[in-house]
Write a protein that binds this ligand. Structure first.
Ligand code: AMP
Length: 469
């Protein structure tokens, strides 16, 4: 999931900047997209299921009008939260004003907070944790003298791996959880507007110069008075930046914690080559997120890098397809082999990760059909063994291939000639000279920086169906 905001101060075409920012963050979620424009306290919003380009036609974007600030969101639907009804940003009218909120990541105590609010008589319209957060903040707002005070108090109650962007009539507030799971940064345009984004590549897309990332636990308030940073509210937690941001989630042209995502991936490829060498003729990456690691593997091993798979650029990330059957079809729709690179060759096939095992099983067959004589799978992530509660859709072990099978079984199931995963201990070496960086590696080692979520179900819980427009 991705958030993007612009604080312009004066009335301008903020919606189009958010549109371009969300475009640059599209890889972080393709389930839904939304924008809220704030014109001196008048909020105009639009969100829907689909990618940014489909949700925002020219008319819809123009319909948002001008404003002095705006926030936007792209959503990666995690289990049970897919559908238009869960699209963000959420807009709330409360007794002291208005609030718009966009969240990215996972809130581990959302179910507990929701139960507490329900027992006080509150009702919920969505299955999205962002709605829970918006009520927690609204409730705090009633007894607070400012929105930032309400946000600070709320952050003491909300736990998980998340970033948020909020808008009150006069202020924009950016929040990063105290563990620092997911990236969020801000920058400034020459014209003075502040821009806040999940990833630095989105600042580039609107011509903003990167200033810095939010620190773990930091809250930054943008208002007509300038910028205020609030840091003292949530104590110290072990820094737990999601290592999967480097492996898969983020765009390679982004920089997170001072480390280029491309460089981190190339380094993972080099470490993989050292741990799992093989005699081969060509190294091929699985587009897009496996390419950087493949280059790193090729450089370190001396085996030439080749373009062996072409991705259809008009298709989304495979994982985001609903249901296993569709996901399998999509691999073929998405990737096609380049016979001239592969024919008669011993191929090293580098992918960023093996989660359910669907992609690499299909690809070994594709490559062998295209003439590859051997296919050696290399994953630039360790075996994915544990559910993630911080924003990916893997909430149980059942679908994880490495949980249910040995490495040798995975090799046999995929039809590969050999298989090798990045070693767990190599994760800390992704950033040269920055080994002090604390990563969350729970998906690989099961060490969770927070309490796992407790899920409460109501007796009459029904599936919220999507209203077609
Ligand atoms: P699988 O086919 O289930 O083994 O998934 C591995 C493929 O999905 C890799 O090619 C990754 O690039 C991609 N992938 C890994 N993690 C995720 C995720 N959380 N969401 C979407 N795609 C992912």
């Amino acid at each position: 999931m991705g958030v993007f905001g612009i604080f312009a101060g004066e009335k301008t075409n903020v919606a189009s900047s958010v549109y371009y920012g969300l475009y640059a963050l599209q890889h972080r979620g393709q389930e839904s997209a939304g924008i809220v424009v704030n014109d001196d306290g008048v909020f105009t919003s639009y969100n829907d299921s689909g990618i940014v380009n489909d949700v925002f036609t020219k008319d819809r974007l123009e319909g948002l009008g001008q404003g002095n600030m705006a926030i936007g969101h792209v959503r990666y639907g995690t289990l049970g939260t897919k559908g238009r009804i869960n699209a963000e940003p959420i807009v709330i009218n409360h007794v002291k004003g208005k609030l718009a909120i966009a969240t990215a990541g996972g809130i581990v105590n959302a179910s507990e907070l929701k139960r507490e609010l329900e027992l006080q008589g509150m009702i919920f319209h969505t299955t999205n944790a962002a709605e829970v957060v918006s009520y927690v903040i609204t409730k705090e707002r009633i007894s607070s003298s400012s929105i930032e005070e309400a946000v600070v108090r709320s952050m003491e109650r909300i736990d998980g791996g998340f970033c948020m962007l909020l808008m009150s009539p006069q202020k924009m507030i950016a929040v990063r959880d105290k563990h620092g799971f997911h990236p969020i940064c801000y920058g400034q345009r020459e014209s003075g507007e502040y821009v806040i984004a999940s990833e630095s590549c989105a600042l580039d897309s609107v011509g903003a110069t990167f200033i810095r990332e939010l620190d773990p636990g930091e809250i930054i308030v943008f208002s007509s008075k300038g910028i205020e940073s609030i840091r003292d509210h949530c104590g110290k937690a072990r820094e737990s930046l999601c290592v999967f941001e480097y492996i898969y989630t983020a765009r390679p042209d982004s920089t997170i914690s001072g480390l280029s995502v491309h460089e981190a991936r190339a380094r993972a490829g080099a470490l993989l080559a050292a741990a799992h060498p093989v005699e081969a003729d060509v190294v091929v990456g699985v587009p897009d997120s496996g390419l950087d690691a493949a280059i790193g593997y090729a450089n370190a091993s001396g085996i030439p890098y080749g373009i062996g798979l072409i991705k259809n650029k008009y298709i989304g990330r495979t994982f985001i397809a609903p249901g296993q059957d569709v996901r399998e079809d999509k691999v073929k729709i998405k990737l096609n082999p380049v016979r001239s690179t592969l024919n008669g060759k011993r191929v090293v096939l580098v992918d960023d990760s093996i989660v359910r095992g669907t992609t690499c099983a299909k690809l070994v067959g594709l490559l062998k059909n295209a003439g590859a004589v051997e296919v050696h799978i290399r994953s630039s992530a360790p075996p994915f063994l544990n559910p993630c509660y911080y924003g990916t859709d893997i909430d149980s072990k059942e679908s994880l291939i490495a949980c249910n099978h040995t490495i040798e079984e995975i090799r046999q199931m995929t039809g590969a000639d050999s298989i090798g995963f990045l070693r767990l201990e190599d994760l800390s070496k992704l950033g040269v000279g920055s080994s002090s960086r604390g990563f969350c590696t729970a998906c690989f080692d099961g060490i969770y920086p927070t309490k796992p979520p407790v899920i409460y179900k109501n007796k009459y819980d029904t599936k919220i169906s999507e209203n077609k427009k």
